[in-house]
Write a protein that binds this ligand. Structure first.
Ligand code: ZN
Length: 308
């Protein structure tokens, strides 16, 4: 049995995965803020899972953590994770000391890519195909699995496509560049382009657009064009078979998928090259509630993912 833990800004999700690849136990608990609380949250999660599964922590085949921010997966160190209040934490080594077993740490979007790859593999029976996980949350980032292996790059930056500028006349991004993809296709982009006091700006935007509000339609199209551009970018750089959209905005569901496919189809009518790539058929949205990052964290500890 493998244990995967996804430490998010407010909630931590945990799953146990059996040798058959099926999820056996899963639960969520609140995440503490700051280094000591994040370590304590991870330890509480492991303890609860050992109770649920009826085994010792040392009998898990692997324990993996997915966490936002800059992660050195080789050392298990989290350089910084702003929304968790972390600035330099040796998370992997500290947990290993306490638990007596090795603990793998990976960036949460990269972990989610491994989780989504696993989900597709279970569905299709294909283990070694190439896919990208496009995370549309507050920001935009992707994780890429090539021929069954997670692509990290030399410094863990592979897949950080949210900071590829696509609009020279766009707004200045948090990264300091202008017109990044993230300034068009992310939760923060929608919050900026469609200000509202409601808790779910993206849902409100799509509802207003569906009701015929011209301004909402314009903002929705700008957002969807950014999503479609991200899909095109991932296919043109890595020729992935599938682009699976996840993250908080994936809860938009069918209107998001249909909108992205519509724009990709429109582009294909003007370009025989794009038409030949059949982009609309490659994009999908992850099933609501599937704990991709926790599943991926469990699997990223497997030997095969660590070998380059
Ligand atoms: Zn940027």
């Amino acid at each position: 049995m493998r244990l995967g833990i996804d430490i998010g800004g407010t909630k931590t999700a945990a799953v146990a995965i059996g040798a058959d690849g099926e999820l056996s136990d899963q639960f969520r608990m609140p995440t503490g803020f700051g280094a000591e609380e994040v370590v304590a949250t991870a330890l509480r999660t492991v303890e609860r899972m050992t109770e649920l599964a009826g085994v010792e922590a040392s009998s898990f085949a692997s324990i993996g953590i997915g966490i936002p921010g800059a992660v050195d997966s080789g050392t298990g160190r989290v350089a910084h994770a702003v929304n968790l209040g972390l600035e330099g934490l040796d998370l992997g080594p500290r947990l290993a000391d306490r638990l007596g077993v090795e603990v793998t740490v990976e960036n949460d979007v990269k972990a989610a890519a491994v989780g989504a790859h696993h989900l597709l593999g279970v569905a299709d029976g294909i283990r070694a195909h190439s896919m990208a996980y496009l995370n549309l949350g507050t920001g935009l980032a992707a994780g890429i699995v090539l021929d069954g292996r997670l692509l990290r790059g030399g410094h863990g930056v592979a897949g950080e496509i949210g900071h590829i500028p696509v609009d020279p006349a766009g707004v200045v991004c948090t990264c300091g560049q202008r017109g990044c993809l993230e300034t068009l296709a992310s939760g923060s982009a929608i919050a900026r382009m469609w200000p509202t006091d409601g808790p779910l700006p993206a849902k409100e935007l799509f509802a207003a657009a569906a009701a015929g509000d011209d301004r909402a339609i314009a903002v929705r199209e700008r957002f969807l064009t950014g999503v479609a551009a991200a899909v095109r970018l991932l296919v043109l750089t890595a020729d992935v078979d599938d682009v699976v959209i996840g993250g908080g905005l994936a809860a938009l569901g069918d209107p998001l998928l249909a909108g992205a496919r519509r724009i990709l189809s429109e582009w294909a009518t003007d370009s025989a090259f794009l038409a030949s790539l059949d982009l609309p058929s490659r994009v999908q949205v992850i099933p609501l509630g599937f704990p991709a990052a926790a599943v991926g964290a469990a699997l990223v500890g497997e030997h095969q993912w660590l070998k380059s």
